[in-house]
Design a protein around this ligand. Structure first.
Ligand SMILES: *[C@@H]1O[C@H](CO)[C@@H](O)[C@H](O)[C@H]1NC(C)=O
Ligand SMILES: *[C@@H]1O[C@H](CO)[C@@H](O)[C@H](O)[C@H]1NC(C)=O
Ligand SMILES: *[C@@H]1O[C@H](CO)[C@@H](O)[C@H](O)[C@H]1NC(C)=O
Ligand SMILES: *[C@@H]1O[C@H](CO)[C@@H](O)[C@H](O)[C@H]1NC(C)=O
Ligand SMILES: *[C@@H]1O[C@H](CO)[C@@H](O)[C@H](O)[C@H]1NC(C)=O
Ligand SMILES: *[C@@H]1O[C@H](CO)[C@@H](O)[C@H](O)[C@H]1NC(C)=O
Ligand SMILES: *[C@@H]1O[C@H](CO)[C@@H](O)[C@H](O)[C@H]1NC(C)=O
Length: 511
């Protein structure tokens, strides 16, 4: 870590916590997990001070940005516990996330004073049976649960008309770069909050784009892990076939520390995590944060149709410049590729994705609700009835839950659903898998978030890294996607790209 950054940190903390808004771009706000760990070790910072700093930032910024739904009343206590553990044994080495505050998308259950509601009043007052498995892993690593992040309500699976980043409990989340711009979703609050430095690190979830999109629109890094690499138990579901939990952070390194902490087998999500845990390399993921990670990597530039979606000449120019940089750093670019059947994959009705998700959602949300210790709603039908009671509110009218109604009309995994799932598997085999094999690729490259549907339907991983700002100042990301279990390669590529370009800047708060 650079000394001046540490000095900023010290000055910021000693002068007065809430005056740090006046710090220049290189300040405590942009510090990384390893910066914090060095500061802890040198007694320049305590976890408690860090939590106090973020609580102050949330008080100041959140009324406008609405990235946070709830703060944990026990966050300071948890921080003090971490501080005591470090004081008790200064020679011990602690996990990367020890004492680090983390914000959780409001789909991720915590068995503490926080509510877990998917942003909906329907689940307020529900009591979860246990921490989500990923939360347990965070706690075991000594991380501090700072609170719950806002989101597109029900992970954007209730309505076709609700704006992204909106939920009835959280209000409208704002993009901290351009407040009038789309923050994207559904893990909007996770991305907004780390982007605006209201927290160090966060977790989001993705079924189709919900990590990759908000991360790219808020100039942060998102990792969408291979499905099953991170447990989904205790996470309000859409589809066990596509859902995955992953980090949203300001840097690739921070995201990798989080991934390493939360990945692994869980008996409450046994089938998927057993298969995917075989992908975890011995020694974990941090060894792939290699400065020369791009050397020898074969990257497929998937032009058609994704680069025509960019729609901003400045951003297009940036991407061409990035390709030069990738080559200069030793990558081999295979240009002008297209994923076979891409027009089918991008149409969720044609691909079968919509058919499969609707039935999977009803089954899995009903199972989640039945497992709650206490809950005002016990089924999808109950949620629909609850929403109908609020029909005076614009967002909660019947049109506002067309997806719920379509899901409620399904009846398990029947012939149509089986056919749809087989179609998705075939599209993946004939699509991304074939493209990667034919061209011996390590990763495909697209502008974010357009890689999302291709990765979603096959359970494949992807990483988005800040890549540009459009002519209005709205951030854009670059997506590196690959086959199942290819996280080590994707991390090498993403880290190599990030270190070569360093596009992330703190937010501008333009109107
Ligand atoms: C302190 O940490 C070191 C290294 O991890 C360990 O060997 C030692 O037993 C610890 N001491 C205490 C008092 O916990
Ligand atoms: C959880 O929701 C209840 C209302 O049911 C509220 O009183 C409580 O403050 C909420 N918890 C937090 C940590 O905000
Ligand atoms: C896990 O796999 C077994 C064997 O294939 C299957 O019987 C079981 O239903 C699966 N469990 C879940 C929760 O999917
Ligand atoms: C592309 O540009 C048009 C016109 O400026 C705009 O309406 C549209 O939202 C843009 N699309 C994207 C994906 O940015
Ligand atoms: C995908 O494309 C191949 C030819 O490239 C074709 O044989 C196959 O039927 C297509 N699949 C779908 C679902 O459209
Ligand atoms: C997707 O496919 C369906 C079925 O063929 C079609 O009705 C619909 O217009 C398509 N959607 C788009 C956005 O092309
Ligand atoms: C709807 O509102 C009525 C009147 O307040 C109440 O009795 C009923 O329990 C509510 N139903 C649901 C599903 O919330």
């Amino acid at each position: 870590m650079a000394i001046c950054s540490l000095l900023q940190l010290v000055i910021a903390l000693s002068t007065f916590i809430s005056s740090t808004r006046t710090c220049d771009a290189f300040s405590i706000q942009e510090a990384s997990v390893s910066d914090f760990q060095i500061a802890f070790k040198k007694n320049l910072l305590t976890s408690r001070e860090l939590v106090e700093f973020y609580l102050g930032e949330i008080r100041e910024l959140n009324p406008n940005l609405k990235g946070v739904i709830e703060v944990n009343p026990d966050a300071l206590l948890e921080a003090e516990k971490a501080d005591k553990e470090r004081q008790a044994n200064s020679s011990a080495s602690f996990p990367h996330l020890h004492g680090i505050p983390v914000l959780l998308k409001d789909l991720i259950a915590t068995k503490d004073k926080l509510n877990t509601t998917a942003g909906s009043f329907a689940l307020l007052g529900s009591v979860v049976p246990r921490d989500a498995a990923v939360v347990l892993k965070l706690r075991q690593a000594g991380a501090v649960i700072l609170g719950k992040a806002s989101l597109s309500e029900w992970a954007n699976f209730r309505s076709l008309s609700a704006p992204s980043g909106w939920s009835s409990r959280g209000g409208q989340g704002k993009n901290p770069y351009v407040l009038s711009a789309d923050p994207c979703g559904s893990s909007s609050g996770s991305a907004i909050s780390v982007a605006a430095n209201m927290v160090a690190i966060s977790l989001g979830t993705e079924t189709d784009g919900s990590i990759l999109c908000p991360a790219s629109f808020n100039a942060v890094v998102g990792i969408k892990p291979t499905v099953g690499l991170t447990s989904r138990s205790g996470v309000i579901p859409i589809s066990p076939r596509q859902d995955t939990v992953g980090p949203i952070c300001r840097s690739v390194a921070d995201a990798v520390y989080v991934l390493e902490t939360i990945a692994g087998y869980d008996s409450n999500d046994a089938n998927a995590t057993k298969v995917a845990s075989k992908y975890i390399p011995s020694g974990g993921y941090t060894q792939f944060l290699r400065i020369n990670g791009l050397v020898g990597k074969r990257l497929g530039i998937v032009r058609n149709p994704f680069f025509s979606f960019i729609n901003d000449s400045e951003v297009s120019l940036h991407f061409e410049q990035h390709f030069k940089t990738l080559r200069q750093r030793g990558a081999i670019l295979v240009d002008d590729l297209e994923v076979p059947n891409i027009s089918v994959i991008l149409n969720s009705t044609l691909s079968g994705e919509a058919t499969a998700l609707l039935a999977e959602f009803k089954l899995s949300i009903n199972a989640y609700l039945e497992d709650l210790v206490i809950s005002p709603v016990r089924s999808l039908a109950d949620i629909i009835a609850f929403n109908q009671n609020f029909s005076d509110l614009e967002m909660l009218d019947e049109l506002g839950q067309v997806i719920f109604l379509a899901a409620e009309a399904t009846n398990g995994i029947g012939m149509d659903e089986t056919k749809a799932i087989l179609s998705l598997e075939k599209l993946s085999r004939d699509g991304l898998e074939k493209l990667m094999r034919d061209h011996k690729l390590d990763a495909v490259v697209t502008p974010s978030p357009f890689c999302a549907p291709v990765l979603a339907i096959g359970g494949y991983p992807g990483i988005t890294v800040p890549a540009a700002y459009d002519s209005n100042g709205v951030p854009r990301g670059i997506c590196f996607g690959g086959l199942k279990g290819s996280e080590p390669k994707l991390i090498e590529i993403a880290y190599g790209f990030e270190q070569a370009t360093k596009i992330r800047k703190p937010p501008t708060f333009l109107l």
